[in-house]
Write a protein that binds this ligand. Structure first.
Ligand SMILES: [Zn+2]
Length: 213
């Protein structure tokens, strides 16, 4: 009797250990923090699975696969309420950001780059989990930042729906000192769990503040 129990216990342990091993090898940390002070973890770009998508403007957009699945559900739920969004930009590689810095330095100089362009390795877009949305209002695409901010009531409805699909609004109004960014109604972040997204949203805090608490 005891021997059988031991065998069962050992098998159970083996299954548990294998399970843990698998998680370490394949899972990514959907709560990863990347900001002006926290660099993208080494190997991150090798570990994520990227899906490609062409938006209504014909732009290629790359997104981490789970974030993309969640985005599609969010998109469809919004469409049912006659709110139309599309993806402007999501994943940007570190290499691509390095090219942007080079181009902009040549065109506009170092001071401009320091103020407006993210340092390679320190943009949340490297994670594939940050998505910039744009709007379609009465059949017209609205994607310039200065035009998009003209629709606060549309953004309010979009923001309300985010937590259900594991997204948070990342750069909140009044939290510029915490995030290092001005308010961006279009920049949303996938956190991998609707319960966490709900908690962050209900508390009105940033990802930085959630991870510190
Ligand atoms: Zn963004």
């Amino acid at each position: 009797m005891k021997k059988v129990f031991c065998v069962v216990l050992i098998s159970l342990l083996a299954v548990l250990l294998m399970g843990c091993g698998k998680k370490d090898a394949g899972g990514i940390d959907y709560l990863v923090l990347v900001n002006k002070e926290h660099k993208l973890p080494e190997n991150w770009e090798k570990e994520i699975t990227i899906v490609k998508y062409v938006d209504s403007q014909g732009w290629d957009v790359e997104t981490e696969e789970k974030a993309y699945e969640a985005y599609q559900k969010l998109h469809d739920a919004l469409a049912e309420e006659d709110i139309h969004v599309d993806l402007d930009s999501a994943y940007r590689s570190v290499a691509e950001q390095e090219r942007i810095v080079q181009d902009f330095t040549e065109k506009y100089g170092e001071d401009y780059v320091k103020q407006y362009v993210a340092v390679p390795g320190y943009s949340e877009h490297h994670t594939g989990l940050a998505l910039d949305l744009y709007l379609n209002i009465d059949g017209q695409d609205v994607y310039e930042n200065e035009d998009m901010v003209q629709y606060p009531e549309v953004w309010a409805k979009i923001h309300e729906k985010l937590p259900e699909y594991s997204f948070i609004l990342r750069y909140l109004e009044g939290k510029e000192d915490v995030t290092g960014y001005s308010y961006e109604p279009w920049h949303i972040r996938y956190v991998g769990d609707p319960a966490i997204a709900k908690e962050i949203t209900e508390k009105g805090i940033t990802l930085e503040e959630y991870l510190e608490s």
